[in-house]
Design a protein around this ligand. Structure first.
Ligand SMILES: [Zn+2]
Length: 88
């Protein structure tokens, strides 16, 4: 009985831990994208961000935008919800 309880508790901790990590990851990603949208690098804060790649998976699929900083080499890609879609 106690073994099951510990196992459940352990699984709950793992679950909560991964959810919290995921939320922090998304929050961090959003802050980085906000910085890039304002035109500066989230790492070195230089105005040297360039859009290196832009891919779309289809009309309703999110766009994958890749950015690179020419000053410090920071590179990241973000999926952005494509507003509007096709033919509207
Ligand atoms: Zn940079």
């Amino acid at each position: 009985m106690m073994d099951t309880l510990y196992l459940l508790l352990f699984m709950l901790i793992i679950l909560v831990g991964s959810v919290v990590t995921y939320i922090y990851y998304l929050k961090d990603k959003k802050e980085q994208l906000d910085a890039i949208k304002r035109g500066f690098c989230p790492r070195c804060h230089h105005n040297a961000i360039e859009l290196t790649d832009q891919r779309s998976g289809g009309c309703s699929a999110p766009k994958i935008l890749s950015f690179e900083c020419t000053a410090c080499g920071y590179a990241n890609s973000f999926s952005v919800q494509g507003g509007g879609g096709c033919g509207l």
